[in-house]
Design a protein around this ligand. Structure first.
Ligand SMILES: [Zn+2]
Length: 181
């Protein structure tokens, strides 16, 4: 989750862990950052759903994730059971992290995947995203983000044909005089 890596130094400062103030990022720090941002974003975007799930009440029918039979995992990070819910896997692999389709973090995650896939087309990105995250209209979010990729725009650019403009009158006089006209 490269999009969260930039926040790790702030966690280091907050915790005042002097032995780990510099150097390579540790796996636990990356996981902490992922959990922190996942919960923060879900809390901002699904407050009613989380409130209801905490007290085992049905979530509002108006909720965008109502049809996904949401639940709340032990660390309150995962809300969608996902397609692998019956597999013999740990919770992190079975249940994707729910992110709203228009959130900046999701766009960053999509872009990171796009870069890892060497700016390949839209069709290559959803598999990588869906392994870990769930969002409404995933494909549209990917298309929206990749349409704004400057590198892809540059790669698609072909220089146009340059039309030759007529010479200004002053320059034609100089040329004609050199031929003795
Ligand atoms: Zn690109």
């Amino acid at each position: 989750m490269h999009a969260c890596y930039g926040t790790v130094p702030y966690f280091r400062n907050d915790k005042k862990v002097k032995n780990h103030d510099s150097g390579a990022l540790r796996v636990e720090e990356l996981e902490d950052a992922e959990i922190y941002w996942g919960k923060y974003i879900q809390g901002e975007n699904y407050p009613e759903e989380i409130k209801a799930l905490k007290i085992n009440k049905p979530i509002p029918n108006s909720s965008k994730i109502c049809k996904q039979s949401p639940f709340l995992s032990e660390n309150e990070l995962r809300m969608i059971k996902g397609r692998l819910q019956n597999a013999n896997l740990i919770s992190a692999l079975k249940h994707p992290i729910t992110l709203p389709s228009n959130h900046l973090l999701l766009k960053r995650i999509i872009y990171d995947s796009h870069e890892e896939l060497f700016h390949s087309r839209v069709s290559a990105t959803p598999t990588q995203i869906k392994e870990k995250y769930w969002t409404i209209k995933c494909r549209q979010s990917i298309k929206y983000t990749l349409r704004r990729c400057i590198i892809c725009k540059r790669l698609k650019y072909f220089p146009g044909k340059q039309s030759i403009a007529p010479l200004p009158a002053t320059r034609t006089v100089i040329i004609l005089s050199s031929y003795g006209y």
